[in-house]
Design a protein around this ligand. Structure first.
Ligand code: ZN
Ligand code: ZN
Length: 456
């Protein structure tokens, strides 16, 4: 059969390849080896790249191997026509014309003789039937490729109408329940930051000036060593402080930010309830299940939604007016400790860095709300089905619309796991706060109801 080696002798254009070419067998190669389908075979790359490609018949610029010899297009056509017509030419001269590019039309006899001399073979010319077969084969390949492309297209993940509807609904629900201007915040009891400075507040504040000092490196890479050291410093300072025996008594009277933040949390709970009512399927759950889901997930959804105002540059939640810019130290002045705030800030940084699309952000909140494994849930299967539908929508959305989001879904699910432990720590701290009447009286009825431990 034809192999590149056949062509690799030095007088390549003049040599007839070894072996017998049967007109009956060689067309099989057409089917078996696509590279041989064309009768005009390009010379293999590896041999004599720089050798001039000259027509062995007339010396014109050659275009490749035609019928077994390197020739120009003109001599290729001449040979084919001559063979098909079974033409018999006679030399008008003495039978030994030198064929050149310019005179090649003058003597067909000597041109054809030259063709045969350099190895051109009529067996390499396709019959009409073979030409048709070759065309059919090429067409069949094209059709197959088109079919494969159509199959690939059909397998591409796409959003169903229902999934698109879910996303649109959730984005709308979020817009209706999250006010970018934070204009309602001025109706809360006002923030008080200059009250009696407690140890933990002052330490948190000093931690803040620390992070301010390194804010340059922070903004470049929030997960730099600097940032981690700050967290560790914070944590250590807190632990030192927490271990001092007289601190708790001193703390007790000084939660100056508690009224404002209690109102903020209460307001956020209302908004989370509004959002959840608009999650497709949520309203059809029993009232008991709706309450069970909300009670256990409200704080997680609040942490998720607060990421929208979280600011990587100074690790604060910035909600419009300077008064509504919340630092870690502000939250400690509402009775929470760094045991919650340190992982919470880490969580906010990590979530922010996922650069979620709004569609992904709202889906994550809905998935969080519809977790079937919450305490007190009755219709486990129904909630799981709703959550599965949301998860599938999220995965399809990421595949389709989030370039480079191959690992994003897994990272988002990890954030849900992080939220569980934040929730646990929050409950712990809320419980100890609410056991102190002078603090629990600052909370709102909604906060008391939602975060309260009694199962309804
Ligand atoms: Zn030629
Ligand atoms: Zn001649």
């Amino acid at each position: 059969t034809l192999t590149p080696n056949s062509w690799q002798s030095s007088d390549v254009a003049l040599k007839v390849p070894q072996g017998c070419f049967s007109i009956l067998t060689w067309p099989l190669c057409l089917v078996m080896e696509p590279t041989v389908v064309s009768t005009s075979t390009e010379a293999p790359d590896e041999f004599d790249r720089n050798a001039p490609r000259i027509c062995g018949v007339c010396g014109d610029k050659a275009t490749g191997f035609h019928f077994n010899a390197m020739t120009c297009e003109g001599c290729k056509g001449f040979f084919r026509r001559s063979m098909k017509r079974k033409a018999a030419f006679t030399c008008p001269f003495n039978g030994s014309c030198t064929i050149t590019k310019d005179n090649r039309r003058h003597c067909q006899a000597c041109r054809l003789k030259r063709c045969v001399d350099i190895g051109m073979m009529k067996e390499f010319i396709l019959t009409d039937e073979e030409v048709q077969r070759k065309k059919d084969l090429i067409q069949r390949r094209k059709d197959e490729e088109a079919q494969r492309e159509a199959d690939r297209e059909a397998r591409r993940p796409r959003l169903t109408d229902e999934q698109s509807h879910v996303i649109t609904t959730l984005v709308e629900a979020h817009h209706k329940t999250f006010d970018d201007s934070y204009s309602d915040f001025c109706r809360f009891r006002p923030p008080v930051r200059d009250g009696p400075v407690t140890r933990s507040a002052s330490r948190a504040a000093s931690l803040h000036s620390l992070s301010d000092a390194s804010s340059d490196s922070f903004s470049h890479s929030p997960e730099s060593l600097d940032a981690k050291m700050n967290f560790n410093n914070l944590l250590m300072m807190y632990q030192e402080q927490g271990s001092s025996p007289d601190s708790s008594e001193e703390e007790a009277s000084s939660y100056s930010m508690l009224p404002h933040l209690a109102d903020l949390v209460s307001y956020s709970i209302q908004k989370v309830i509004g959002f959840s009512k608009m999650i497709p399927g949520f309203r059809y759950l029993t009232a008991e299940d709706q309450i069970a889901l909300l009670k256990s997930s409200a704080i997680e959804v609040i942490m998720l939604r607060s990421n929208q105002s979280f600011n990587l540059e100074d690790m604060s939640w910035s909600c419009g007016a300077p008064d509504f810019k919340y630092q870690i130290s502000d939250v400690t002045k509402a009775g929470h400790t760094l045991e919650l705030l340190e992982p919470l800030v880490k969580f906010q940084v990590g979530l922010k860095k996922l650069n979620l699309h709004e569609e992904e952000h709202v889906l994550l909140m809905a998935i969080c709300l519809l977790s079937p494994d919450r305490p007190g849930v009755q219709d486990h299967a129904r909630i799981e089905a709703l959550q599965d539908r949301l998860s599938e929508t999220l995965q399809a959305y990421i595949r389709l619309h989030h370039p480079g989001g191959r690992l994003l879904y897994a990272k988002m699910i990890q954030k849900l796991a992080d939220l569980r432990s934040l929730n646990e720590e929050h409950s712990k701290q809320y419980r100890s706060l609410s056991f102190q009447p002078e603090h629990s009286m600052q909370l709102t009825p909604l906060v008391l109801e939602v975060f309260g431990s009694e199962v309804s």
